[in-house]
Design a protein around this ligand. Sequence first.
Ligand code: BES
Ligand code: MN
Ligand code: ZN
Length: 494
Amino acid sequence: MHFTHRIPEDNMIIDFHSNKLEQIDHPCMVVLALSDGTVINGAPAITELLRPHVENGEFGEHSGHHLYFFNPEGIKAERLMIINLGKKTTKSNDIRKATAKAWSKLLQKNRLEVLLSLDGFGGEQQQRAAVEGFLLGEYRFTLLKSEKDKLDPRLQRLSIHASSDMEGRVNQWKNIVEGVCKARDLCQMPANILTPTRFSELAAEWGTHHGFDTRVLDEDAINKEGMNAMYSVGQGSAQPSQLIIMDYQPERPSGKTIALVGKAVTFDSGGLSLKPAGSMAEMKGDMGGGAAVVGTMTVLRAVACPHRVVGIVPAVENMPSSSATRPSDVVTTLSGLTVEINNTDAEGRLILADALSYAGRFKPDFVVDYATLTGACLVALGPEVFGVMGNHQPLVDAIIEAGNELHEVFWQLPLVEDYNTLLDSDVADISNISSSQWGGTITAGLFLQKFATDYQWAHCDIAASIFDKSNDWQPSGGIGAGVRMTVAMLDKLQ
Ligand code: BES
Ligand code: MN
Ligand code: ZN
């Protein structure tokens, strides 16, 4: 089964136009306007066309309303869709939502070609958001649908108008969205298909296409290296664990090395500390951290990232069986610390512990890990906001800033030193669960901190990404969280 969110013969075209917008011959132009009639990315003729509809109230007050014209006067395009942005907006995410909405309306009309002007926006963030709304919004996970002729059609052509040269930037944005869509595909795949082995094969396949090396430690090697925490999580599963190591070497190196570590539990049943049936099915998405890392790796060459980036993805399946870890078992981690596993459902921190120690071998300047780590993070921040913690404030700041620019919102939680005693164990150095029922995201972060010792580090708890509801710009479940933020964050690290 080939992983790609588009069937190959159905590839989208992006073309570029710099002549006058009114003069472009095109099946369908999309324009954004405020509810007071201010057109953002249009031409004077469109403002004229819109005015009476604003005056008689037909354009409405609210964002998402739209008007649709055939053979509109004063412009050559055959159709014109005007999307209402609401009263006033400077927020790029409103623009992203608006163009995603435009795509869903166009799909209903079976219009698969779009002309979008990038003139008139308040800067590059807004331009990017306008393009992303279409590209993120038209994603569908169709791999497992057998009746291909019954599928919704996809966006066939995105025509970009701009008076300045936007070709390089638009193509980069498209490449980044393709990385997001790879991450989405991974998250959507059920665990009987996306096993740790399949995950590692895909990483290797994408590595050859997108310019990074992939090496895999199999279960034996994981054991021999002394990564017993990681080994213990996979030992109950018939699926062998895999430590996936991806290495991107820049053409013109900055001299910095950044390691990205992603939790990839292809299915988290909880192990012997079994989850209740109701909350188990969504745990096919417990590899979202690993998906963020692999998705990011696939775009580094295209955006000419100047840093060496090492992606480390511990991929395991957490299952109960007679060979599974028992609550109370003690393992020795790669770092030498011993861990009492009091709850086999706190497995993410175990695989990350060894992966974080392993990351130290690359002498990284910065390490960022990504994990659907704690339900508590959802309790604390809700379904739209991710948690971030770390031992180096500028790195945490870079994550928050990059996320805010692209509307992947991260909120910092404190690594409260006094809570360390909550991880005390009677028999081992530490326990893998807190003795308190409160502050579970922070105590998970404190657990990881004990292994992120030799470098500047930040931890992203993206548990919320599993529960996102589908909307115009993202599918439910696997939203491909973290890829856009990370590419932008790498740009900020000096
Ligand atoms: N993968 C889960 C965390 C999770 C839960 C992500 C819900 C997304 C939605 C993780 O492995 C887990 O089970 N965490 C436990 C930790 C507890 C046993 C200390 C949790 O959050 O309940
Ligand atoms: Mn778990
Ligand atoms: Zn988990």
